[in-house]
Write a protein that binds this ligand. Structure first.
Ligand code: SAM
Ligand code: SF4
Length: 474
């Protein structure tokens, strides 16, 4: 049997890229590739790239420069290292990548990575292979299922792509060009993936898509299902205890999604709902097709059915033409909504997008100053939200052993990391992390360390109650 070949994969950007990287590993496993954490002993290095902002895509070229040196070192030792560029930079820049860095063997867009084995073979023969088409057939039908050991190694929380691409064409955004038109996967295919994940220990699912709440995949009844309906069905899959979804557009929040939040305990009360700006003038220039008031009404609909629901958002500062008054409208909206956390970015012009042609660029110094003010407000809201957990008992889904001996780490419904030492609460009772990982247990939160909550188990896992004190020798 040929020795395994080693694959190193470096992923940048969004959750979809994290998911795609795992699927590339699954595609290459039958070819004899196993993952390695180091570039230096890799036979194949894949950069899974992000094109959303200029900084992210420029990083690819500096990384490729380093990889060329690693490849030359490998060649000195008689080993051939192949280099592949995947993801959205591959899609957007295609041949330009090879022109700027001739050491690249394969360039493959996000819709074509199921063809990696063929492209690698082609590159080994012909020196190079490029594929950045949007193929007619959807890649999901061709992707091999992950092996049970791979699912278990990835832990109890998994991403599942249910929708890809975007038809919204926000004027600042490259996604509709790099990921293509909106496509939803059929319900049966998703259920198949989920059953396999749940059978191999997955307890929490995050359904992902660039515009996940525009989901409209074919249902088993031959009709398109909404995201709300899909969530309802997934909540019934044995073993699945938590459901999340990301990223949503405010205009695609429908009654089914609100009903899912009302009815499903497994659906976590934490929604990422990007608004980008609080100024109606800027929202219109961004082609978001809603106002700040529309957004507030959407938030109110969620809150009416789940008062404990919390939100996060994305914001762009310094969109072309943004005035101080526009920016203050953003601060006002953030103050009104009160987020559990948010991401904020300086506007970055992307080639080929309408906003890149807009005059009135906001000066760099004003962008920096606005970003800092916005981030201060967001940070203050996030720490207030985290502090509010102190003294409360909250449900934690345990994920893994912590770095310190005896420590076990999980997450709350709001994705806050929570750390406990079960042995401190039930003395003499040695609790292996394995007996608790994958369970949702109540934790009394005592304190906060940066972004992590520290607490104590408020109950033992159901199948193993603490032995009486006498038996522990206490
Ligand atoms: N589909 C999502 C939505 O509707 O908001 C998010 C897509 S994008 C991968 C993630 C975030 O990157 C966006 O919400 C936006 O805040 C930010 N972003 C996208 N294009 C950008 C640009 N040209 N400059 C700065 N930030 C950008
Ligand atoms: Fe980009 Fe999201 Fe707008 Fe689609 S909805 S264009 S992914 S920001």
């Amino acid at each position: 049997m040929a020795p395994p070949r080693k694959l190193h994969i470096n992923s940048y950007g969004c959750q979809m890229n994290v998911y795609d990287a795992q699927r590339m590993v699954d595609v290459l496993a039958p070819e004899g590739f196993v993952e390695t954490a180091s570039v230096d002993d890799a036979d194949l290095v894949i950069l899974n790239t992000c094109h959303i902002r200029e900084k992210a895509s420029e990083k690819v070229y500096s990384e490729l420069g380093r990889l060329r040196l690693a490849r030359d070192e490998a060649a000195k030792g008689g080993r051939k290292m192949q280099i592949a560029v995947a993801g959205c930079v591959a899609q957007a820049e295609g041949e330009e990548i090879v022109r700027r860095q001739p050491a690249v063997d394969v360039v493959v867009g996000p819709q074509s990575y199921h063809h990696l084995p063929r492209l690698l073979a082609q590159a080994a023969q012909a020196g190079r292979a490029l594929e950045t088409e949007f193929p007619v057939a959807d890649k999901f039908g061709f992707l091999p299922q992950p092996r049970p050991e791979a699912i278990r190694a990835r832990g109890i929380s998994a991403f599942v792509t249910v929708q890809e691409g975007c038809d919204k064409f926000c004027t600042f955004c490259v996604v509709p060009y790099t990921r293509g038109a909106e496509v939803s996967r059929p319900v049966a295919a998703i259920l198949d993936d989920v059953a396999r994940l749940a059978d191999n220990g997955v307890r929490e699912l995050t359904l992902i898509g660039q515009n996940v709440n525009a989901y409209h995949g074919d249902g088993p009844d031959g009709r398109p299902w909404t995201l709300g309906r899909l969530l309802q069905r997934l909540a019934a899959v044995p073993g699945i205890v938590r459901l999340r979804y990301s990223t949503s557009h405010p205009n695609d929040v429908d009654d089914d999604l609100i009903a899912a939040h009302r009815d499903l305990d497994a659906l976590m009360p934490f929604v990422h709902l990007p608004v980008q700006s609080g100024s109606d003038r800027i929202l219109a220039a961004m082609n978001r097709r809603h106002t700040a008031a529309d957004y507030r009404r959407v938030i109110d609909r969620f809150r009416a059915v789940r008062p404990e629901i919390a939100f996060s958002s994305d914001f762009i500062v310094g969109f072309p033409g943004e005035t101080e008054a526009d920016f203050e409208a953003t601060l006002a909206l953030v103050t009104q909504i009160g987020y559990a956390g948010s991401y904020s970015f300086k506007y970055s012009p992307r080639p080929g997008t309408p906003a890149a042609e807009m005059p009135e660029m906001v000066p760099a110094a004003a962008m920096d100053e606005r970003l800092e003010r916005l981030q201060q407000l967001i940070d203050a809201q996030q720490s207030a939200f985290n502090k509010a957990a102190i003294g409360r008992t909250v449900d934690v889904l345990f994920e893994r052993a912590g770095r310190k001996p005896g420590q076990i780490v999980g997450r709350t419904a709001y994705l806050q990391p929570a750390h406990v030492f079960p042995g401190h609460v039930f003395p003499g009772h040695v609790m292996a992390p394995d007996s608790i990982v994958g369970q949702v247990l109540p934790v009394r939160i005592d304190s906060l360390e940066r972004y992590s909550l520290l607490g104590e188990l408020a109950a033992m896992p159901p199948q193993q109650h603490a032995p009486p004190l006498a038996a522990t020798g206490a």
